[in-house]
Design a protein around this ligand. Structure first.
Ligand code: KG4
Ligand code: ZN
Length: 346
């Protein structure tokens, strides 16, 4: 097979999803597998790094071979092997990049070290999404468990940070609030489900940084307000209706904050061709709807990948690999893993 027509393998293992995907050079998805470790971590109420690393190690090889079988290719047919090299948990990163480097070396194909945040950032450009071409520059709202950022995406590898969280990431705020409400891990989806039963106006909550200059975020005050609200409630004594009201009020506060910050971010990047949301929290329907409304008021379209591509996956890693390959970028086999790897440092 000609290398330029060859597919690319992507591997994701930076947190608690083990994923492998194979994409044709045009971005068509040939295989897409995700194994969520949620069950392994649920008892601990959060991701345990050592458990995550071991789970990646036990799942990855079979998963990659399955993906290759589905796509009907072998390692040596690939144009490149791309793996998330950071930011993330070091154990998982070492498992994924170590596997990718070993396979690349053995098969004689190039290796690509991919930044996880960049992979989220570029997902909206995947042609098979059918969102139409998303051209640079665009405004990215990265809303995940570890990051909350407004980024001007000016090109592949060209990112300018406009604003970021001063404390907790938005997904972290969802997870911590969900935990306070006694919801199972991961909290975001569970909180969204419970919020549907509640009254969003029932509990007055702060909206930190609302209408402040710039587009930084702050969520820790919101979480503290809820912790104080619940401090007087004995464990297990919170009625479901009250929990639902708190969940709905929390989600409304976050939605207001994100809408306001997007409004400010758009003023900071007036030539944005679109607004793109990425990261697990972009799966939240109430948040998506508000962001679409604010973007629409500014005459911009909101591009939100389908839910399965908002949360961690390997399609985004393979796609970021394709974008880099098109630019002729390759990584050396001694490229390190970087547990901390800010987007704007690329
Ligand atoms: O991007 P992601 O899969 O992982 C990283 O952090 O990189 O994001 C996971 C985060 C978790 O905090 C999770 O609770 C949150 O996204 N999340 C949600 C929803 N689905 C996932 N938060 C709010 N509403 C949701 N529907
Ligand atoms: Zn992520």
């Amino acid at each position: 097979m000609e290398r330029k027509d060859a597919p690319i393998l992507g591997i994701e293992s930076s947190c608690d999803e083990t994923a492998a995907a194979i994409l044709a050079p045009g971005g068509q998805i040939l295989a897409e597998l995700v194994f969520s470790q949620i069950a392994d971590h649920a008892a601990f109420g959060g991701v345990v790094p050592e458990i995550a690393a071991r789970a990646h190690l036990s799942a990855l090889d079979a998963m990659v071979k399955d993906a290759l079988r589905q796509a009907r290719v072998g390692f040596s047919d690939l144009a490149a092997i791309a793996a998330t090299a950071g930011p993330g948990l070091i154990g998982g990163l070492l498992v994924g990049t170590g596997y990718a480097k070993g396979a690349a070396l053995a098969a004689g194909v190039p290796y690509l070290a991919i930044n996880h945040l960049e992979a989220h950032a570029l997902t909206a450009r995947l042609p098979s999404l059918g969102a139409g071409p998303v051209e640079f520059p665009y405004l990215l709202l990265l809303l995940s468990g570890g990051h909350s950022q407004c980024v001007a995406v000016e090109g592949v590898g060209r990112y300018r940070l406009l604003g970021a969280t001063l404390d907790d990431a938005v997904g972290e705020a969802f997870d911590k609030t969900a935990k306070l409400l006694g919801l199972p891990y991961p909290g975001g989806p569970a909180l969204e489900t419970l919020a549907r039963e509640g009254n969003a106006k029932a509990v007055p909550l702060p909206r930190p940084l609302l209408r402040r200059e710039g587009c930084d975020f702050s969520f820790s005050g919101l979480k503290t307000a809820i912790a104080q609200l619940l401090a007087a409630v004995p464990p297990g004594a919170l009625p479901r209706a009250r929990a639902a009201d708190i969940a709905a009020s929390f989600q409304a506060a976050v939605t207001d904050i994100l809408g306001d910050r997007l409004d400010h971010a758009l003023a900071m990047l007036p030539d944005a061709r679109a607004v793109v949301v990425a990261g697990g929290v972009a799966a939240n329907q109430a948040i998506r709807a508000r962001l679409a409304e604010v973007a629409g008021q500014a005459g911009k379209r909101l591009v939100a990948p389908p839910l399965r591509l908002c949360t961690d996956n390997a399609v985004m890693v393979a796609w970021a690999g394709i974008e880099h390959l098109r630019q002729g970028d390759l990584s050396s086999l001694d490229a390190p893993c970087k547990p901390r790897w800010p987007l704007e440092s690329l």
